[in-house]
Design a protein around this ligand. Structure first.
Ligand code: SF4
Ligand code: SF4
Length: 426
């Protein structure tokens, strides 16, 4: 990315920069499931340019078009001009939200993301009653509806809830010898649903004798709100997290995040979001310089790889899916593989870098038919590897891939952190 955020949000300029080469078309996740020029990167850019020049109204049809981008950044990766299609679409979604409002159920969800205590309460309530409406597969933290509902069919696989969240299960300061110290930013799905990720991370830090600070006041990074255009929630949570991280930043070496989307949001999207608030932009840039994906930091700043090499090799086959927010946005793909391969056999799927089709809150609700269609090729390439385990350092990918593979699949999803923790136990 060679453009600064101030230039990026001048859509008309970005649109003029598009040379219509079409390199982005074959990799575009939405175009692959809805082969129409308007739902392609250059189509989106054309419409955005027309909108900024006042030649296009944001009507229901245009809204629907802009909401069908998966924000996967596959187009940005191949574009010879590095045009940030995803970022301008994120920006126009704020205008859409202002004009059309935000659906009530998304408003409720984003309200929960602003208040940890409310979120804790809601998830506790959900855990108490989840068995009434859902069949639970406890071993894989998944569940399926008992009834066929309009947006929730019985074959849909969703994350199940844990009784106690990760952050509420441990002390805030964990002393592993006091020589080194990191903070953990856990992410909402690993906090409430895939809790073994955080537990595994604590086990790993214990083996490495690195103290952990759980930063229990952390708020959701606000990525779900950002991708939906709810910029009030982004402003609220981002400013809170920046101030909070500034408060303890000097005492720790790094803030490690076992989640691709959350780390990309903190490290990259906060800076873009604050393009018109320079003071906050500078503060975000400074404090988020300490944020790393968990495997990235563990591989590059500790002796974990050597420690794993001294442990037993497992016969299980693992295939690794590259989350868009890890590989395309942060360049992280070698680190998790380097760590996993010390104890497991990795078999690569045909295209590990293709988007799994998660796409965000709107894609998982109103536009679920697109998410479902985009998951089909990913599930097929995973199946072809005959792997026992599919891994990715991202719980949004986990939710989408579990659903795409379906209830009958024998391939189990694990975050690389869980695989590493298991290897250290042997
Ligand atoms: S971000 Fe992904 S879905 Fe959106 S235009 Fe680019 S390639 Fe297509
Ligand atoms: S690859 Fe870039 S320049 Fe080429 S059509 Fe797509 S957005 Fe335009």
């Amino acid at each position: 990315m060679d453009k600064n955020p101030q230039d990026i949000f001048d859509y008309a300029n970005i649109t003029d920069d598009c040379i219509k080469c079409g390199k982005c078309i074959p990799v575009c996740t939405i175009h692959n499931v809805n082969a129409d020029e308007v739902t392609s990167p250059r189509g989106f850019l054309d419409l955005l340019g027309a909108y900024q020049r006042g030649k296009l109204d944001l009507d229901e049809n245009v809204k629907s078009i802009f909401e069908s981008c998966f924000l996967c950044t596959a187009c940005v990766e191949v574009c010879p001009k590095s045009l940030p299609t995803d970022m301008v679409i994120e920006q126009v979604r704020a205008d859409i939200a202002k004009k059309f409002g935000i659906a009530w159920y998304k408003k409720v969800f984003f309200l929960l993301l602003r208040h940890r205590w409310l979120n804790d309460l809601a998830f506790k309530f959900g855990w108490t009653f989840q068995t009434c409406g859902f069949k639970i597969k406890k071993d894989v933290d998944s569940m399926s509806s008992r009834f066929n509902l309009p947006m929730l069919k019985t074959d849909r696989v969703l994350p199940s809830l844990r009784k106690t969240s990760f952050l509420n299960s441990h002390a805030e300061h964990i002393d592993n010898g006091g020589k080194r110290k990191v903070a953990i930013f856990i992410g909402c799905l690993s906090n409430y649903n895939y809790k073994d990720v955080g537990d595994g991370l604590l086990e790993i830090l214990g083996h490495l004798e690195i103290d952990a600070f759980l930063a229990k006041d952390q708020k959701c990074c606000s990525a779900p709100a950002y991708f939906t255009g709810d910029f009030d929630t982004v402003d609220n949570n981002a400013k809170f997290n920046i101030e909070y991280f500034e408060g303890f930043g000097e005492d720790i070496e790094a803030i490690i995040v076992p989640e691709a989307t959350c780390s990309a949001m903190l490290k990259i999207d906060y800076e873009h979001y604050f393009h018109d608030q320079p003071e906050w932009q500078a503060r975000a840039k400074k404090v988020m310089g300490k944020v790393f994906m968990a495997t990235e930091w563990l591989q590059n700043h500790t002796h974990l790889e050597q420690l794993l090499a001294s442990k037993k090799k497992d016969t299980k086959i693992v295939t690794y899916h590259d989350p868009c927010h890890a590989r395309k946005m942060q360049g992280i793909y070698e680190e998790p593989r380097n760590l996993i391969r010390q104890n497991y056999n990795i078999v690569e799927m045909s295209d590990p870098n293709s988007c799994c089709g998660f796409g965000g809150v709107t894609m998982q609700s109103e536009k679920y038919h697109f998410a479902k269609a985009a998951g089909v090729p990913k599930a097929a390439m995973i199946k072809k590897t005959e792997a026992d385990i599919v891994s990715a350092e991202c719980s949004a990918c986990r939710m989408q891939i579990n659903d795409a593979m379906g209830n009958e699949s024998t391939t189990v999803f694990k975050n690389p952190i869980e695989l590493i923790a298991e290897a250290l136990r042997k």
